[in-house]
Design a protein. Structure first.
Ligand SMILES: Nc1nc2c(ncn2[C@@H]2O[C@H](COP(=O)(O)OP(=O)(O)OP(=O)(O)O)[C@@H](O)[C@H]2O)c(=O)[nH]1
Ligand SMILES: [Mg+2]
Length: 628
């Protein structure tokens, strides 16, 4: 039988009985710090485990994170509810809905928590029906409107069993966290154990972490190996999404890591400090007046993401502030980078940390690259792929949407069928937006045609020149473009690309110059004048280059050019001479062919390169495998 794993976090106003309830449910007192015991208040996160049996008999293991309710510790509360499956929302009957009931409720909503069970604590002290009604009113029209409300008392033991069975029913209906092979553990505690070394704990989402695995800690970029993995005191081979895990990282020192850092695998993208987001503020009332201050454009604030709190500044796409009941697209500039995925939720608090003012969702974690965009559908991989390509033009397949909540498989399947439908272009390793690719091709073809027109004597346009004219930074994109063009009416010749139909021709006015050069090269074919002598002016230079590109002239050295047929003839005469006379010196060959040292030395070097001859001391012999 398999056990399903979930994370529950408590929430609710200070002193409403969250920790007492966790103790009644699990037997574990989550308040572990001496100061917490002394002040009888929760300050930092506490942890416990609860084993449940679903109505169908399945085993459920729930890790419980107990959070502080005091307004001074909201920061810690948010760190505890980052990636939970269910909120155990506590309201005390003697007190009713209080300020942090409201604030915690909003935080859960901002973080996208889908499910809650409401415990009406201290039912031995107050009126259950009145507070139940109040809670229903507060929750009406929200995601938790239908959440079960269970009256409990840890004094009398009332409702505890009912709460256990309600949690079991709710978790049995909850989908397990998906494994997309992109694990992230948001570190909420770092400590060192004697003889063991550094240990970090946190909740795992998105994938598993296993013993022996090489991991990376962001934003510090520290690589380390996992020596061991534990969950609630049990040694594990693999910790899965939805589990609390304690990971032993002996390679790292405690002071190199802090709460809010993320453990993940290398090659899933990098943390960033500029993000495009959608922020929203719900319309909430308290006794007829709107609660929470406004969020002004350009204001400084704190962003809470995962277990991290980071200072930042927000800029809306349109001016003005964010009013209650509204949502806006904005750019976040953070004081330090965070490792966020598309679709991640975050909470915004004011710079004095007195109020929770907004919540949001990440649209693009690499927000410095593009301008602000309109909103995209985040839960559909096809539309996300299309929107991303439309925005950035192209992407390397393996880099596309790495920081998203979709697995590499889902993304590559989307690429395949979107390409089949003609919605995107895929060439080798590059995926591109159709319109982007079409425009790029049109520009490239325009440049090639212009080059043919301007320099009809040239074979085509140099690829390096074309690439820089197109301003393509990525070699792979350019390579794909060239391949694409060459599947059609274009051809690559060495480092040049041309229309297949293009035939280089010299302009009529330089044809007499060509004639003169051919004659100069024919006069003494094995010892023609130097290139410098031939290239007397720019027209002559143009003709020589043309003849070389066309293959009529061979360039032996910078200053030595020959007619192609002279070169071929010299080659066979050299071979003939050596095969008759044995290994020969430059001087013997020069004399026999009636050439000069100036021509013979580079000629023989070329023949060595071509594998016709081989050098032995100051003599040349024929290569045995030679095929004349
Ligand atoms: N009468 C009564 N008192 C309770 C009950 N549950 C908790 N208490 C008392 O309420 C006080 C606060 O309980 P905690 O569990 O510490 O409250 P908390 O919500 O964890 O408080 P913070 O973590 O500081 O926000 C303690 O003195 C508890 O004994 C209950 O069911 N009945
Ligand atoms: Mg507590």
């Amino acid at each position: 039988m398999t056990t399903r794993h979930f994370i529950i976090a408590t929430a609710g106003h200070v002193d409403h009985g969250k920790s007492a309830l966790v103790k009644a449910l699990t037997g574990t007192d989550p308040d572990r710090l001496p100061e917490e015991k002394k002040r009888q208040i929760t300050i930092d996160l506490g942890f416990a485990a609860l084993n449940l049996t679903a109505p169908n008999g399945d085993q459920i293991h729930a890790g419980i994170v107990d959070v502080p309710g005091h307004e001074d510790f909201v920061r810690n509360m948010i760190a505890g509810v980052g990636s939970i499956d269910l909120a155990l929302f506590v309201v005390a009957t003697d007190d009713g809905w209080m300020p942090q009931s409201e604030e915690h409720f909003q935080i859960l909503n901002y973080l996208g928590v889908q499910r809650a069970v409401i415990a009406l604590t201290k039912s031995d002290l107050g009126r259950i029906d009145i507070v139940t009604n109040e809670i229903r009113e507060r929750l009406s029209g929200t995601l938790f409107a239908e959440s079960p409300i269970v009256p409990t008392s840890v004094r009398s033991g009332m409702g505890i069993e009912k709460l256990v069975s309600t949690l079991a029913v709710q978790l049995a209906r909850t989908e397990s966290q998906r494994d997309i092979s992109k694990p992230r553990l948001f570190i909420d505690r770092v400590f060192t154990l004697r003889g063991i070394g550094t240990v970090v704990t946190g909740t795992i989402t998105g994938g598993s972490l296993r013993r022996g695995q090489q991991i990376i800690v962001y934003p510090s970029n520290l690589e380390a190996r996992i020596r061991s993995v534990q969950s609630h005191g049990h040694e594990l081979e693999v910790a899965q999404p939805g589990m609390r895990a304690a990971i032993n990282l002996p390679d790292l020192r405690v002071d190199q890591i802090k709460r809010g850092d993320v453990v993940t695998l290398p090659n899933h993208g990098m943390p960033t400090s500029t993000l495009i987001v959608r922020v929203q503020r719900p319309l909430r009332f308290n006794g007829g007046k709107i609660v929470s201050p406004t969020l002004k454009n350009g204001s400084s604030m704190y962003v809470h993401h995962g277990a991290l709190r980071v200072a930042g500044r927000i800029r809306f796409r349109e001016n003005g502030s964010l009013e209650p009941g509204k949502e806006k697209i904005a750019r976040l500039k953070l004081a330090s980078p965070i490792f966020a995925f598309i679709g991640d939720h975050f909470v915004v608090r004011d710079s004095s940390e007195r109020h929770t003012i907004a919540g949001g969702i990440v649209l693009d974690p690499d927000g410095d690259k593009e301008s602000l965009t309109s909103s995209v559908t985040l839960d559909n991989v096809d539309s996300l792929v299309r929107a991303t390509l439309a925005r950035q033009g192209f992407a390397h397949r393996e880099n596309l949407l790495v920081k998203s909540r979709f697995s590499a498989n889902q993304i590559s399947e989307a690429l395949i069928h979107l390409e089949k439908e003609g919605a995107i272009i895929v060439r080798q390793n590059i995926a591109a937006d159709c319109e982007f690719w079409r425009k790029l091709r049109v520009r490239a073809i325009g440049l090639i045609d212009a080059a043919h027109k301007q320099t009809p004597d040239r074979v085509g346009i140099d690829l390096g020149e074309l690439r820089s004219a197109l301003r393509i930074q990525e070699p792979e994109v350019f390579e794909s473009l060239v391949t694409d063009l060459c599947e059609g009416d274009f051809v690559r010749k060495g480092s040049v690309i041309a229309r297949t139909s293009h035939r280089p021709t010299l302009p009529v006015e330089v044809q007499p110059v060509e004639q003169r050069i051919r004659e100069a090269l024919t006069g003494q074919p094995f010892d023609p004048p130097s290139r410098k002598a031939i290239e007397s002016d720019s027209q002559a230079r143009q003709v020589v280059r043309f003849l070389i590109e066309k293959g009529d002239v061979t360039e032996l050295a910078l200053d030595v050019v020959l007619l192609r047929e002279s070169f071929e003839l010299m080659k066979s005469q050299v071979a003939e001479f050596i095969s008759k006379n044995g290994p020969s010196t430059v001087s013997q060959l020069r004399q026999s062919l009636g050439s000069s040292r100036r021509v013979m030395v580079p000629l023989l070097e070329r023949l060595d390169l071509e594998g016709v001859t081989r050098r032995a001391g100051d003599k040349r012999m024929l290569c045995t495998s030679r095929n004349l």
